[in-house]
Ligand binder design. Structure first.
Ligand code: EPU
Length: 432
């Protein structure tokens, strides 16, 4: 198994370019199953979750042509809607978007229930409610979601919570339905808007994405398109926090500053310098940051996917911070790892109370999920001495060449086999 070995204490400096958004790419790639014509997608992030979804699509009959590292042409003409199960589909959350896409196209879909990061229960009742409102009969049997409709007809759907997954999945099922679908209390995340823009570029008629109400007028057919995915707001936020935590100075390029406003506002509040440029942000700091209170919320609130990284910064703050997780039930698993580095954190229910300390010390750590893994890397970059982070396959699910990007900013981080003690000794000798 691979691990990251990090020598902390070096401020990150320079420029880093952000890749395409993972959670947009998952929705957009699955949405290509809606039509039997080829679609070209650019700015596709080169990360494990996308590789897995592309393999899953190939496994069910889609033709995948990789034009270059970030461009893929997908032709889903040969895809069948029935009994879709393969090792790849089971691994990732995004495979559930195939239910909406195939139901929309074939009026039936049988797809294995999705996997994804273990961050608490992740029900899909709102997705199912939406499909049923459109006229499908949905059952879960033998670990598969089975959905079928004589015809899909537009309807009025009110989501109990602003779920990203349900909003996207219902849009996918509704674009080819008869008549108008109105979805209320929808998620407003940038990736929801990106998927809607992609569908519109294929001839769909979706209005209101990015607001609380999405109106979809069904069309008869979608057509081929070429589409570029937006930058990943969470990868950008992760580098913003890494810059602040290491007291560095980093220009984070290829971002949409508007998508980063909740993160920017918190950083500014605790004394970190943030300069917004056209399609970049500069983040700099040279002193211990202040404390704050944060509650994770649906967009435009502070994102749950940035909670762990923010805690990795606040453990070094001057004061006590209170962080409340408002989206998932079990997203503080990484806290024990930070405590092993000397952090002072108490978790009660969905709230963590962080008493800032002056410094962390390197330790042997294990990532429990994607964002937790990124937070441990940030902590390692600030710590005195060597930190190892195991289970980095979680990090590779969502961060493209994370160690290369950090290395180019001057951070000392190396990916190596956790069994390779010689490589570890060599690294220690070189950096200590
Ligand atoms: N929920 C339900 N029923 C549903 C759907 C959601 O109760 O039918 C609940 C969830 O349990 C959760 C809340 O509603 O408490 C929000 O869940 P949402 O559906 O918005 O999340 P998701 O679609 O499962 C996506 C991202 C996550 C990100 C969340 C929130 C993908 C593939 N995943 O998950 O990304 O944290 O939205 O923004 O898009 C990550 O990238 O690290 C990650 C976990």
């Amino acid at each position: 198994m691979d691990q990251y070995v990090i020598k902390g204490g070096i401020p990150l400096r320079g420029e880093v370019s952000i890749s395409g958004a993972k959670n947009s790419a998952l929705g957009i790639i699955a949405a290509t199953a809606l039509l039997d014509e080829p679609v070209t997608i650019t700015n596709v992030p080169e990360i494990r979750d996308i590789e897995v979804l592309l393999r899953a699509m190939e496994g069910i009959g889609a033709r995948i042509d990789r034009k270059d590292a970030h461009t893929v042409r997908i032709n889903a003409k040969g895809v069948s809607p029935l009994a879709l199960d393969n090792e790849y589909l089971r691994k990732i959350r995004g495979s559930y978007y195939l239910i909406g896409a195939l139901l929309g196209r074939f009026k039936k879909a049988q797809v294995v229930l999705p996997g994804g990061c273990d961050i608490g229960p992740r029900p899909i009742d709102q997705h199912i409610k939406g499909f049923e409102k459109l006229g499908a009969v949905v059952e879960i049997k033998h670990g598969m979601v089975m959905a079928e409709a004589k015809a899909l007809c537009g309807n009025h759907i009110y989501l109990d919570m602003a779920s990203v997954g349900a909003t996207i999945n219902i849009m996918l099922a509704a674009v080819l339905a008869e008549g108008q679908t109105i979805i209320e209390n929808t998620a407003k995340e940038p990736h929801v808007v990106d998927v809607a823009n992609f569908l519109n570029s294929m001839g769909a008629n979706i209005k209101g994405a990015g607001t609380d109400v999405i109106r979809i007028t069904g069309v008869d057919k979608l057509h081929s398109t070429t589409y570029s995915i937006i930058p990943d707001q969470i990868e950008a936020g992760t580098f913003m926090i890494a810059a602040a935590a290491t007291k560095g100075d980093v220009v984070i390029k290829n971002v949409i500053p508007k998508h980063l406003e909740a993160i920017t506002a918190k950083l500014v509040e605790i004394g970190v310098g943030v300069e917004e440029l056209d399609d970049a942000v500069r983040v700099y700091s040279n002193e211990r940051c202040g404390n704050t209170h944060i509650k994770t919320l649906p967009y435009p609130g502070f994102p749950t996917d940035m909670q762990a990284q923010m805690v990795a910064l606040l453990v070094l703050s001057n004061g006590t911070s209170v962080i409340t997780e408002g989206i998932f039930e079990n997203r503080f698993k990484y806290v024990d790892e930070l405590i092993r580095m000397g952090a002072s954190i108490k978790v009660e229910g969905n709230t963590a109370v962080v008493d800032g300390v002056e410094g962390l010390t390197g330790a042997m750590l294990s990532a429990s999920d994607l964002r937790a893994g990124a937070a441990l890397v940030i902590a390692g970059l600030t710590a005195e001495g060597i930190t190892t982070v195991e289970n980095i396959e979680f990090i590779e699910r969502g961060y493209e060449r994370f160690e290369d990007k950090i290395g180019k900013l001057g951070g000392i981080i190396k990916k190596m086999d956790s069994e390779d003690e010689r490589a570890l000794r060599k690294f220690r000798l070189k950096v200590c």
